[in-house]
Design a protein around this ligand. Structure first.
Ligand code: ASP
Ligand code: MG
Length: 429
């Protein structure tokens, strides 16, 4: 008998009717010969509302983190019990559990706790007794019994952790979209659903601005080799499988494109070109909890100086300014801040074996006169920092340049031309 773990996100359990729909799906899976575990999120925007309430009570003061978690975890507890009731009302048998009740033990880092262990036997016992087991997502419990949460969007982490712990055959993530798309369909209407994507590509896309799955969930899935099926709770269509990389994935040049906006850049200029300076700069950033991205250093051999730049989220700019102004004084260098930036990126494991990807991306931007301010790459991604005002345009261009929305419908003649051009490019590489 196969074990299926199904996770339903907030939008998929937003009201009583949706809870009943999810319950029906679980019962159907059980009748199909599976043992079924459900992981559920808080209904709709419940978690946001709880956060708002806490802020109101705190009147601008930082909330005690233990109490924050105690409060936020309540949303999921509502859903698990309602789900169990819905299933029972339909004549099947169910039991709901909080994290504490199934020994989902985490460390004590409130608001971003990490899972340490799960008591899998308790879940197996209930499954063997024919029950659908419903588990509260997003929460954990410390060894001393305090409730923790895993970070916003953390039910996905619960899903994968449970699936790994009980050695599930399938891990299904039900949400309000049909799967993972080549890019955000709200920004690029030609975006297409991806059938299969590797863990690494998914991790890159998520950190580059695609907002689908919690990164920790994907990291966990990769570590335990749990395939995740991201699909819609509104239909029965196949979604996107996130799986270990296969050789055939390398045939595809680029799998997806992403846009991350609201970025700023800090450039330290005329920094002394001596050992230890970069270490000092980023030690200072780390001690002030400033998350930096895309570090670039260039050296001017004649002047024996360097310039070090890095990007940050715009929301961190004022904190960063305070730190960097001081740092520039001690290093006796200049500092420049730029706002209004965005990063457009393409991701694909195919880049490892194909050349010409960078050229294709830069040409697309050049044609539309989008100025590239920084370029950064990894083995499977290329990113360009550009003006935020051109972000969506650049994303569309890049998406088209790699034919991510499918091949353009061309007349016979032009199609031939395009084919010719393509082979010419290939031989050029
Ligand atoms: N309810 C939590 C949140 O909204 C966890 C989740 O939905 O995954 O962040
Ligand atoms: Mg939610």
């Amino acid at each position: 008998m196969s074990i299926v773990v199904m996770k339903f996100g907030g939008t998929s359990v937003a009201d009583a009717e949706k809870i009943r729909q999810a319950a029906k799906r679980a019962i159907r899976a059980q009748k199909g010969g599976n043992q079924v575990v459900m992981v559920v999120s808080a209904m709709g925007k419940t978690t946001d509302q709880l956060e708002d309430l806490a802020r109101e009570v705190m009147k601008g003061k930082p909330a005690p983190k233990r109490e924050w978690d105690q409060l936020l975890s309540t949303g999921e507890q509502v859903t698990i019990s309602l789900m169990a009731m819905a299933i029972e009302a339909m004549g099947a048998s169910a039991i709901s559990f909080t994290a504490g009740q199934i020994g989902m033990v985490t460390d004590d880092r409130h608001t971003k706790a990490r899972i340490k262990s799960i008591a899998a036997d308790k879940i197996h016992r209930e499954l063997d007794a024919g029950k659908i087991v419903i588990i509260a997502g997003f929460q954990g419990v410390t060894e001393s019994g305090a409730i923790t949460t895993l970070g916003r969007g953390g039910s996905n982490v619960t899903l994968v952790a449970i699936a790994a712990a009980i050695k599930a055959d399938m891990c299904e993530n039900y949400t309000d979209v049909d799967g993972i798309f080549t890019t955000d369909p709200r920004k690029v209407p030609t975006a297409k659903k991806i059938d299969k994507i590797s863990y690494d590509e998914m991790l890159e896309l998520a950190s580059l601005g695609a907002n689908v799955l919690h990164n920790r969930a994907v990291e966990f899935a990769k570590k335990y080799n749990v395939p995740i099926h991201v699909r819609s709770s509104l239909n029965t269509k196949k979604g996107t499988l996130i799986v270990a990389e296969t050789e055939s994935m390398e045939q595809i040049l680029v799998s997806g494109a992403a846009l991350k906006d609201k970025l700023a850049r800090v450039s330290l200029v005329n920094v002394p070109d001596t050992p230890g300076v970069a270490a000092r700069v980023f030690h200072t950033m780390a001690t002030h909890d400033i998350v930096v991205d895309d570090i670039i250093q260039t050296v001017d051999k004649c002047k024996k100086t360097a310039s070090i730049s890095f990007t940050i989220e715009l929301s961190e700019l004022s904190d960063t300014k305070a730190v960097c102004d001081k740092l520039a004084k001690t290093l006796k260098c200049g500092v420049v801040y730029d706002k209004g930036l965005a990063k457009v990126s393409v991701v694909g494991v195919g880049m490892r074996v194909h050349t010409g990807v960078a050229e294709r991306m830069f040409s697309a931007m050049a044609k539309a006169k989008v100025n590239i301010q920084n370029i950064t790459t990894s083995e499977i991604k290329i990113s360009c920092l550009i003006a935020e005002s051109q972000g969506v345009k650049a994303l569309r261009l890049v998406h088209d340049a790699f034919e991510l929305g499918g091949k353009p419908k061309a007349k016979k003649k032009t199609a031939k031309k395009a084919a010719k051009k393509k082979t010419a490019k290939k031989t050029k590489k």
